[in-house]
Design a protein around this ligand. Structure first.
Ligand code: RNT
Ligand code: ZN
Length: 429
């Protein structure tokens, strides 16, 4: 199978594909030039099922569920780096890594969330610098005794609220340090699990408290290299009826406070795609953070694949010439399959969706639409689905020195046999 992906075949396939795309007015070289500049923030939490490396930790709670127990998950930061590095070696381009506060390294000492500081991420910075990648950050407002009643920044207890406000402030400091040390912007996203399982008597007070807590967190001017983002949600496990930070709450908040709104593809009603929302929201906010995920029936955080939702999202962004206004971050966790494979599949699928959008014959479809030729427009949109995207993709991989086509798949098994299986044995003994 791998012989198909040798250099000369990839080059000749690309040459032919280029001609085919040119026939609909699309320049494949240009598309690849744009794609090579798109950084994707790969989330750390697929690597260990959202566990983190805090010294004292309780299990996953706050509505996040990772299911499955594929052997060999990373048990410490060194192992997570080792796995992520493997994944990055199979991804074309230079990207970013997206950390959560619970991935700190504290030398065996207990460090509570209101004490976490830039120094706890020193190893991550050295590693990222070495790999020439950026780092993004997230405060972790879950899996903690002070989130166990279901409320953090909107808690009615002032001292609990203050604890989480301090955590939020520290998250921004850590992000600012990433930006400074690595010389590129760092996105600092905030998601909280606050909400109620059943009908609340009072929907109002927690939202008022949340708005006030957020204003406290964002009071300090942290400089323009930190991109603050706020992420809403439809519901979570244990917050089925009421989510304090709903999508409407954060959309309004981000517009009024000039923050990025984070749109997670799994955080809306199941029949609602986020692609239609991009052109609406970007009328009023300068930038959006997208959490690229794949819901099945609910916010199930399945590994991202190149499906219609993703293809439509990517097309909306390129048709609106808005690539520079979108920050892409993956967000899924499947513990039932090889976790490095999950990362690579997810990020490569997003890149493929972006490539297919960059190869979209925008001029032709616009002309058809503007001249009332609906059937022709639909026909060309359909024909594009069977164009030789794979040949262009393979050339992109090849020219970025990563395995093309299916030839990366064997790498996963090798890593599993050489590295992960050792961990499983240790785990057993
Ligand atoms: C939860 C949000 C959030 C988390 C991560 C771990 O519903 O999607 O982005 O998945 O921060
Ligand atoms: Zn998310």
């Amino acid at each position: 199978m791998n012989d198909i992906f040798n250099s000369s075949k990839i080059n000749s396939d690309y040459k032919r594909a280029k001609e085919i795309y040119a026939s609909v007015g699309v320049n494949a070289d240009e598309a690849l030039g744009v794609l090579s500049k798109i950084k994707i923030s790969m989330h750390c939490w697929q690597g260990d099922d959202v566990g983190g490396f805090e010294v004292k930790k309780s299990g996953l709670d706050g509505g996040l569920v990772a299911t499955g127990n594929h052997p060999g998950k990373a048990r410490n930061a060194d192992e997570l780096r080792q796995d992520a590095e493997k994944a990055f070696s199979l991804l074309p381009g230079k990207h970013k890594f997206n950390l959560h506060a619970i991935y700190l390294e504290s030398n065996g000492k207990f460090v509570d969330r209101d004490e976490v500081a830039p120094g706890h991420f020193k190893n991550w910075i050295d590693w990222a610098r070495n790999l020439k990648i950026g780092l993004d950050f997230n405060g972790s407002f879950f899996s903690h005794p002070k989130s166990s009643d279901g409320f953090t920044l909107s808690n009615k207890n002032k001292s609990i609220r203050n604890f989480w406000i301090e955590h939020g402030r520290r998250a921004r400091e850590i992000s600012a340090n990433f930006a400074k040390e690595l010389g590129q912007k760092s996105v600092c996203n905030l998601w909280i699990p606050d909400g109620m399982k059943d009908f609340p008597a009072d929907r109002w007070s927690p939202r008022k408290r949340l708005a006030e807590s957020l204003d406290e967190i964002f009071k300090k001017d942290i400089g323009k290299n930190v991109k603050d983002a706020v992420e809403g949600k439809l519901f979570g496990i244990g917050s089925e009826e009421y989510v304090v930070g709903s999508n409407e709450f954060y959309l309004a908040y981000s517009i009024s406070r000039k923050k990025l709104v984070c749109m997670d593809m799994g955080h809306y009603h199941p029949t609602e795609g986020i692609y239609d929302k991009i052109s609406a929201i970007l009328q009023f906010v300068p930038e959006i953070l997208v959490h690229v995920s794949r819901p099945i029936r609910w916010d199930s955080d399945h590994v991202v694949i190149f499906n219609d939702d993703l293809a439509n999202l990517a097309k909306e962004i390129t048709r609106g010439k808005s690539l520079d206004k979108i920050y892409f971050a993956t967000d899924f966790f499947d513990a039932s399959i090889n976790r490095i494979g999950a990362w690579v599949i997810g990020v490569r699928s997003l890149q493929k969706a972006l490539l297919s959008a960059l190869l979209d014959p925008v001029k032709i479809i616009n002309d058809f639409e503007n001249s009332g030729r609906g059937a022709e427009k639909l026909a060309i949109m359909e024909e594009m689905k069977t164009m030789p995207l794979g040949a262009v993709w393979n050339y992109f991989c090849e020219s970025n020195y990563v395995p093309a086509g299916t030839s990366w798949i064997g790498e996963i098994k090798k890593h599993e046999e050489k590295i992960l299986s050792q961990r499983s044995q240790l785990q057993k003994s």
